[in-house]
Design a protein around this ligand. Structure first.
Ligand code: UD1
Length: 421
């Protein structure tokens, strides 16, 4: 397994281009299963999860062409089977996103049940319950979800909990249902909005985009010709590089960013003492060499502070001045980075879903283990601020969600090197 070797202590400075959003690209690629005509998707990030999604679609018989700029032309005109096998689903839970589109367009789907994952149990009961209410016959047998429906029927769905991929699955399914579907308590994450805009361009009739009540009038088919869609920029990648600058007292300009999706994160960075300037598609952060001040954050669904930025702010607090309290309300068990940071000298106390971080004067480099995607990113950030060398193991987690992370950090002046297995 590849590792990253990082020598901390450099003050980062420079410019970067933000990649397309992983969490928008995954549902949008799944949504191409709904289209009768080929579609072209641009600004797709170069990530392992994208490769997994393409492999998944390829197994079903979808044809695609990827060019050197990661524009992907997808043609799901010919589908050989409607199955998402275990060996792919277990490496990427988001594979569940093919369930709604397959069922809606082909009347059946067989998708391996994702099972538990490192950051909690993460069930898919809300996805399945919604599809049942739309008339699907759903059975779970032999570790697979078997879903069938001649044609899904529009209905009113009130989601028990805000779920991002759950909302996306039901939204995609509803586009081809008969009648109108209302999804209440829908997730409002910008990636859900990006998917909804894509679906409307494809011919869907979705109203209430960006709110927590989505109204979807089902159509017979989605068949827009020559559709090209650009994926939105990744707000979590943006936030992670802003912290890379903040944690090292540095300065960064991020281009191709979506400032309007980052309010909660930018507020907290300002509170930490960063000077932030924004334009429509760029953000600059300057710490002027100062140490950050500790900040307290509480994760919750958008537009509140994102759980996917929690670990990175834990790293920032680890070296900040003062005490910051982090409260995780979206996932249980999302503090695996804490133990690793403690090995680097961080002073963090865990009390159920709260992490109380008292900033230390300095962290020291150590061998650490990446455990999930955002936890891994937080270890890289801690390493950038630490004295000496840190070896981050199991970085396949990082490659799932960060496009060329070592090249981008090197571009900002970090001393970071990939060590192949
Ligand atoms: C998505 C994101 C992930 C992000 C998360 C929360 C993708 C590919 N991944 O994950 O990066 O951290 O949103 O913003 O977009 N839940 C249930 N039953 C369900 C579904 C969810 O109980 O059927 C619970 C989960 O266990 C969790 C909470 O709802 O506690 C939110 O999870 P959810 O929004 O579904 O996360 P994902 O969509 O898997």
């Amino acid at each position: 397994m590849d590792k990253l070797l990082i020598t901390g202590g450099q003050r980062l400075s420079g410019e970067l281009r933000i990649s397309g959003a992983k969490n928008a690209a995954l549902p949008i690629l799944a949504a191409t299963l709904l289209s009768e005509k080929p579609v072209s998707i641009g600004n797709v990030p170069h990530l392992h999860d994208i490769t997994t999604t393409l492999e998944l679609l390829g197994r079903m018989g979808v044809q695609f062409v990827v060019d050197e700029k990661m524009n992907i032309e997808v043609d799901s005109g010919t589908i050989a089977n409607c199955e998402a096998p275990y060996e792919l689903v277990r490496t990427m839970r988001a594979s569940i996103l093919v369930l709604g589109p397959l069922l809606a367009r082909f009347g059946e789907a067989r998708v391996s049940l994702p099972g538990g994952c490192a950051i909690g149990t993460r069930p898919v009961d809300i996805h399945l319950d919604g599809l049942s209410k739309m008339g699907a016959d759903i059975r779970v047998e032999g570790g697979f979800i078997h879903a069938r429906a001649k044609r899904l029927k529009g209905c009113r769905l009130v989601l028990e909990q805000v779920t991002v991929t759950g909302t996306e699955n039901l939204l995609m399914a509803a586009t081809l249902a008969s009648g109108t579907t209302y999804i209440e308590n829908a997730a409002k994450e910008p990636e859900v909005t990006d998917l909804a805009h894509f679906l409307n361009k494809l011919g869907a009739r979705i109203k209430g985009i960006g709110t927590d009540i989505l109204e979807i009038e089902g159509v017979e088919k989605l068949d827009t010709e020559n559709l090209h869609y650009q994926i939105m920029p990744d707000r979590i990648e943006t936030g992670t590089y802003l912290i890379a600058a903040a944690i090292t007292g540095g300065r960064v300009k991020l281009k191709n960013a979506r400032t309007d999706t980052l309010d909660a994160v930018l507020d907290k960075l300002s509170e930490a003492g960063a000077d932030i300037t924004t334009g429509t598609d760029w953000i600059t952060l300057d710490m002027h060499g100062r140490k950050p001040k500790a900040v307290s954050v509480r994760t919750a669904p958008y537009p509140a502070f994102p759980t996917d930025m929690q670990a990175q702010f834990t790293a920032l607090n680890a070296i900040a001045e003062g005490v910051g309290i982090i409260t995780e309300t979206v996932f249980e068990n999302r503090y695996m980075h804490v133990q690793e940071m403690q090995r680097m000298g961080a002073n963090i106390r865990l009390e159920s879903n709260t992490a109380i971080c008292t900033g230390v004067a300095r962290l020291t480099g150590a061998p650490v283990m990446a455990t999930d995607l955002r936890a891994s990113a937080s270890l890289v950030l801690a390493a950038l601020a630490a004295e000496g060398q840190t070896l981050v193991d199991r970085i396949y987690h990082i490659d799932r969600g960060y496009d060329h992370i070592e090249e981008k950090l090197s571009q900002l002046g970090a001393t970071i090197r990939r060590i192949p297995r």
